[in-house]
Ligand binder design. Structure first.
Ligand SMILES: N[C@@H](CCC(=O)N[C@@H](CS)C(=O)NCC(=O)O)C(=O)O
Length: 212
């Protein structure tokens, strides 16, 4: 399989980490959505990453859809998302908060990256910050309620933990909209635990803070 997209994208990164955990080898096409837009569009009409090209040429887009496929391939015992019931619902809700926070962080960056200063709209930025921090507060509460050393759902690491870690690392290290000093102690502890695992370290984008 071929995975298109750079690991500075938390969406690409969560797919790469899932593939590594599942022991599924892939060829990485380290293509930028800016520089390599035209060749990404040869596979994805949206020009977005991650895009996964299967061995028979079938193309999958959208990280959630790709993760769903990978879980199916891995089988129910090894799937990273609980199969059904309250645990699955809860995992999907934590993932929705983590992805939503990352999207609101991305909006803040785009406001300064793509708009001239006179066109920036502070009330919009304030709204994005409130939404992003609202989601992070909730994820911190969830981590604290589970207790030190626990995963977000159930008794083993799930896609909820992987996605949360990728999104929070992206917001902190790459985008920098969540300062290191932001008070999310339980969430930080969960993220640090994930980021210490070899599967996460293998796909840490080079301009992120160096790992010891
Ligand atoms: N909902 C998508 C989001 C993916 C996404 O936003 N990818 C960014 C890179 S981080 C991208 O391709 N941006 C280029 C664009 O949308 O034009 C997913 O989960 O796959």
């Amino acid at each position: 399989m071929k995975l298109l997209g750079m690991f500075d994208s938390p969406f690409v990164r969560r797919v790469a980490i899932a593939m590594r955990i599942h022991g599924m080898p892939f060829e990485h096409l380290d293509w930028s959505v800016g520089r390599d837009f035209a060749r990404i569009r040869e596979y994805s009409p949206l020009g977005r990453v991650p895009t996964l090209v299967l061995d028979d040429g079938e193309v999958l887009m959208e990280s959630a859809a790709i993760l769903d496929f990978l879980d199916e391939l891995a089988g129910p015992q090894r799937a990273l998302l609980p199969a059904s019931g309250a645990d699955r619902r809860q995992a999907l809700q934590w993932m929705a908060l983590a992805v939503g926070a990352a999207e609101k962080g991305r909006e803040q960056i785009y406001e300064s990256a793509f708009r001239p200063p006179e066109k920036r709209h502070e009330p919009w930025l304030e709204r994005c910050r409130a939404q992003m921090h609202g989601a992070l507060v909730e994820l911190d509460r969830a981590s604290a309620a589970r207790g030190a050393g626990a995963w977000l759902v159930g008794s083993r690491m799930t896609q909820a933990d992987i996605t949360t870690a990728c999104m929070v690392t992206f917001l902190t290290e790459s985008v920098g909209v969540v300062p290191e000093s932001a008070p999310y102690p339980a969430l930080r502890a969960l993220v640090a635990r994930c980021e210490g695992l070899p599967e996460f370290r293998a796909f840490h984008a080079p301009w992120f803070a160096p790992t010891p």
